[in-house]
Design a protein around this ligand. Structure first.
Ligand code: F6R
Length: 240
């Protein structure tokens, strides 16, 4: 696990885009799973700006959705697919045929989870993964406790995740209680992972993820056991 500490959120965006540029140079048609949430937005904006200046070719990426609230229509303002589309897929010019959704509104969510697992395996697994860190140590919506072999599945959100997601949607009562998440097994097998963390409110949990025991109670701690993980944090999240 490599730890990369930068001064502030702006520097985080640049360093994350550098990581991605290096990965794309090695494999322009990489498979990638990408988080929504606030933290990686600076990275995505920087990627879009570099693409607009002709510095980066992102259109061959094959993108997998990381997580989805259960039961939301794709046009619901809370849809994580919508957020991923606006922040990553559209600004990076990725054709929709290159995108694999995790459709939270499917009539048989268990079946779509199994289909998603097969699609990832058919694609040869994830080359790249860009993740954020939940305040409770979740990865995607792999809520604690999540063992390392947890597959893509339906999960109940913990009160901590509901509370932290309330800011996006205008109150805890707006946050759906259940979700679909890409499994721990697929995330931990990604060939390269970038965990992006920002802000003093993540300091305690980040320290436990990086230095603490590996435990299902902090799902992100399993990244200590995964190949080629870069933890990219600002000083507020890591300290000096
Ligand atoms: C979002 C996701 C979540 C977030 C995490 C951190 O797709 O999978 O795991 O990455 O909750 O969210 P922020 O970055 O908003 O603090």
């Amino acid at each position: 696990m490599e730890l990369l500490i930068v001064d502030d959120y702006e520097a985080l965006g640049r360093a994350g885009a550098d990581w991605m540029a290096a990965a794309l140079a090695a494999k322009p048609d990489a498979t990638i799973v990408v988080a929504t949430g606030d933290t990686p937005m600076g990275v995505y904006r920087e990627l879009a700006a570099r693409r607009a200046r002709g510095l980066l070719e992102t259109t061959h990426l094959r993108v997998f959705q990381l997580d989805a609230y259960l039961g939301l229509a794709p046009d619901d303002r809370r849809s994580l697919y919508g957020w991923m589309y606006r922040s990553f897929i559209e600004p990076l010019g990725i054709p929709e045929v290159n995108v694999v959704r995790l459709p939270g509104d499917a009539s048989d969510p268990g079946a779509v989870c199994a289909a998603y697992d097969s699609a990832v395996r058919c694609a040869g697994g994830f080359d790249l993964s860009i993740l954020g860190l939940g305040p409770n140590g979740h990865l995607g919506f792999n809520e604690p406790p999540s063992p390392p072999d947890a597959p893509t599945r339906i999960v109940d959100l913990t009160p901590e995740s509901i509370a932290s997601n309330a800011r996006y949607w205008g109150g805890t009562d707006q946050v759906p209680r259940r979700a679909l998440t890409c499994g721990m097994d697929l995330l931990l097998a990604a060939r390269r992972t970038l965990l992006v963390v920002s802000g003093a409110h993540k300091r305690d949990i980040l320290y436990r993820v990086v230095r603490g025991p590996v435990t299902p109670d902090i799902p992100a701690s399993y990244l200590q056991t995964a190949p080629h993980v870069t933890v990219l944090a600002d000083r507020a999240a890591w300290g000096d």
